[in-house]
Design a protein around this ligand. Structure first.
Ligand code: ADP
Ligand code: MG
Length: 287
């Protein structure tokens, strides 16, 4: 049988837009020491708009770069992908589409091998770009992705996202409860630094690959801390599973929701504060 207090809390939480999928994790979260936030789609809305398109090869115009990129991105669920697709007028046919979580996407277009990827991934495959116009966009805190055709970098696309209105208040609330707030992202340091400062987290990690997000959480747990992770993407799923409490953003991908112990139905980070308060009051009453 379900203890009465828990039953009451569960219906309370349902009314407040929380879905508790794993009761044991929910109970453990009353002793929470640290919370890790994914950036894109979690602290930010994950609604990207293209601000600039840079041609790095005279054979490709800005429109052509967007068309190639949008063709691949139409197969991706990533927030960046949605922004790119919206900005392009039309698309090419794609074969052999493949998603590279935390890195980008690739496929075949017009017999060419095409990729839209992060600069970190370009470095990984020894194919970096340096260009003044790109450095300038990075310094403005823009998220940047690069288009390669047959392994030649031919263009760059800059995008901007919006920080969720409630993120700062959520972080302030967690800090006042004595809970350490950490941000983790696959994005570049400049973007991470800007968001971290805006929302007031205690520390942040940038350019972290999906598999390394879970490793970071394990490291923090090894200090004897009870850790929650909140995220929205396929790339966050291993970290959500690793955390003592995985909090999935309701508007996120199915993979993240499946990996979460709790789902924030309204995608509001303040509901994450509410869940910890609820866990504390529920189990205080019981024991
Ligand atoms: P975050 O941790 O902030 O949610 P991700 O791990 O999802 O970010 O992505 C990290 C980086 O990988 C992005 O900033 C981007 O450069 C690149 N990336 C991921 N998915 C895509 C995609 N569909 N298209 C282009 N680039 C992508
Ligand atoms: Mg994300």
């Amino acid at each position: 049988a379900v203890p009465l207090v828990v039953a009451v809390s569960t219906s309370l939480s349902a009314r407040n837009g929380l879905l508790i999928r794993n009761r044991a994790s929910f109970e453990r979260s009353r002793n929470l020491d640290a919370i890790i936030f994914d950036k894109t789609g979690t602290l930010t809305e994950g609604k990207f708009g293209v601000t600039d398109t840079v041609s790095l090869n005279s054979e490709y115009t800005a429109d052509e770069i967007l068309k190639y990129a949008a063709s691949l991105e139409s197969y991706s669920e990533h927030p960046i992908a949605k922004g790119v697709v919206e900005s392009a007028k039309d698309r090419y046919d794609v074969e052999n589409f493949k998603s590279l979580p935390g890195r980008g996407v690739k496929g075949k277009i017009n017999q060419h091998d095409v990729m839209v990827v992060s600069q970190a991934y370009l470095k990984e495959i020894n194919n970096d770009v340096t260009d003044k116009s790109i450095e300038k966009l990075f310094s403005q805190g823009k998220t940047m992705v690069f288009l390669t055709v047959d392994n030649v970098v031919v263009g760059a696309i800059a995008l901007a996202d919006i920080i969720r209105e409630e993120s700062k208040e959520a972080v302030t609330n967690f800090k006042s409860m004595g809970i350490r707030c950490i941000m983790i992202t696959g994005d570049r340091k400049e973007v991470a630094e800007w968001v971290a400062k805006e929302v007031g987290v205690d520390q942040y990690y940038a350019e972290i690959l999906p598999e390394d997000k879970a490793i970071k959480i394990h490291e923090i747990q090894s200090e004897g801390l009870v850790v929650a992770m909140t995220g929205d993407g396929i790339n966050d799923a291993p970290a959500l599973a690793q955390a003592d409490l995985g909090i999935a953003i309701g508007a996120g991908t199915d993979v993240a929701i499946e990996a979460g112990d709790v789902v924030l139905v309204r995608s509001n980070p303040l509901d994450a504060v509410y869940i910890i308060k609820l866990a504390k009051s529920t189990y205080r009453k019981m024991f």
